[in-house]
Ligand binder design. Structure first.
Ligand SMILES: [Zn+2]
Length: 252
């Protein structure tokens, strides 16, 4: 077995058990601080994602409205075309009686029949467009209602998020104050060691050994090391994750 790392300075004047007790208190505060800070840091991204989803829906809505305008324009063009065709038919019909020959007459009758067929096609197209416009209006109305509801939800979530951040800030201030009360009771070298591990190990610097395993990394801790921990001679750290180890009173 490789020897477990220890802090290589003797601490005759230091009651290690008391020091560890203070570190455990500090760790409880730091764990909560870390969790709250992570939660707070995640808030802007959560809101940003909601806003992005909402903006995308607004874009989809704008596309529907644009399609509706396109249909309106197409219908107007068709109506103008229809009016002009009808005007043409009237003109031709007015000229019918001034024609001299049967051939001229039958040619013009054919022109009138063709123009009437065009009119009928244009009328069908206008009916189709009206149908499409009715459908798109229903879609737009549904989307508008959904957007309105989602805007309310977004606003509520933003407010909830802001309120939560306030609660977190208040709690962080309390925790920081408690931290300042605990810190003076800890030896400065031990505190430095603790803070170094805290920074490098996701805000978890001191952990218990439970069922013979480190609760920081789950590596098993040999019986000899457990005995060393119980001696309170040195701070014992986990060989795997380098966190400080302790054993809870009821497990001693
Ligand atoms: Zn470990």
């Amino acid at each position: 077995m490789r020897p477990y790392k220890t802090i290589y300075f003797k601490m005759p004047a230091i009651d290690l058990k008391t020091e560890l007790g203070a570190l455990i208190k500090l760790q409880a505060l730091d764990t909560e601080i870390y969790g709250l800070k992570s939660e707070k840091n995640a808030k802007p991204l959560e809101i940003k994602l909601l806003e992005t989803a909402f903006e995308e829906k607004k874009v989809a809505m704008a596309a529907l409205e644009k399609a509706n305008l396109g249909l309106q324009k197409e219908k107007k063009d068709k109506e103008l075309e229809l009016a002009s065709k009808e005007e043409g038919i009237k003109k031709l019909q007015g000229q019918l009686y001034s024609l001299k020959t049967n051939k001229e007459y039958s040619t013009m009758m054919q022109q009138i029949a063709d123009a009437k067929a065009d009119v009928s096609v244009a009328e069908d197209k206008i009916l189709q467009l009206l149908d499409q416009m009715d459908k798109i209006k229903v879609d737009i109305e549904q989307e508008r209602q959904k957007l309105g509801e989602e805007e309310k939800v977004l606003k509520a979530q933003k407010e909830k998020s802001e309120e939560r951040i306030k609660v977190i800030d208040d709690r962080l201030a309390q925790l920081e104050a408690q931290r300042q009360q605990v810190i003076p009771g800890i030896d400065s070298k031990i505190l430095t060691q603790y803070e170094r591990i805290l920074e490098g190990r996701d805000a978890l610097a001191i952990v218990t050994v439970k069922d013979n395993s480190c609760q920081g990394c789950n590596m098993s801790v040999p019986a000899q090391v457990i005995n060393l921990i119980k001696m309170y001679d040195h701070i014992i750290t986990c060989e795997m994750c380098n966190r400080m180890l302790y054993i809870e009173e009821d497990q001693v």
